[in-house]
Ligand binder design. Structure first.
Ligand code: GDP
Length: 195
């Protein structure tokens, strides 16, 4: 999709605040610092539109971005930030469980993992959670520009194995620096959200 118009419709913490237009939604989830804002900015051709909401002290919200009056990107606050309190973690878990278990408009989730490291226990928990709710998943391995081309096949099979990807899951290696994988990510979004 050629994107020109994007607008942050709302930062929501509860269902009453979710947008009431029934556009299809694609959620994006991953550890803090995984490169989620950079992926969103690349997809919408902006430099600094989506900002990371994962710093401690910042309110953890689901950010709904209206993309071309056709779909919403739902930016799920990053998990795994060491300094977040137990109470904040529980609040995060309740908020995302509510969203993922009830949202009719949700068509799929992009689960980001840092391609430079083995997926963490939290990454595995996240994909198991998405599988439990039967939500279609695209795993995006980020920062792939940091991995030599000769090692990328190995990285791919490591992610597939560690994340227990099944035949319905898809995997794309991505770089916000050189835009590797941008088209593949858009192809998946269009397949899931735009009929
Ligand atoms: P977020 O917390 O998940 O939203 O992560 P950000 O998008 O803010 O990125 C975290 C850090 O990783 C920043 O310093 C980015 O510049 C860097 N980063 C993000 N994507 C890439 C990428 O594709 N390649 C490289 N080399 N660095 C990246």
């Amino acid at each position: 999709m050629e994107v020109h118009n994007v607008e942050l419709t709302i930062s929501a913490v509860k269902p009453e605040q979710y947008p009431d237009k029934d556009f299809p939604e694609i959620a994006l989830a991953g550890r803090s610092n995984v490169g989620k804002s950079s992926l969103i900015n690349t997809l919408i051709n902006r430099k600094n539109y989506a900002r990371t909401s994962s710093q401690p002290g910042k309110t953890q919200t689901l950010n709904f971005y209206n993309v071309e009056e056709q779909l919403y990107f739902v930016d799920v606050p990053g998990y795994g930030y060491a300094k977040v309190s137990q109470k904040e973690r529980e609040k995060w878990a309740r908020m995302i469980e509510t969203y993922f278990s009830t949202r009719q408009e949700l068509r799929g989730t992009i689960n980001l993992v840092d391609a430079r490291h083995e997926p963490s226990e939290l990454d595995v928990q996240m994909i198991e959670f998405l599988h439990y709710y039967n939500i279609p998943v695209l795993v995006v391995g980020t920062k792939i520009d940091k991995i030599p081309k000769s090692k990328r096949n190995k990285v791919e099979s490591q992610i597939k194995k560690k994340m227990h990807l099944n035949k319905n899951d898809h995997l794309v290696l991505f770089s916000a620096v050189d835009k590797t994988g941008k088209k593949e990510v858009w192809d998946w979004i269009e397949k899931m959200a735009i009929k």
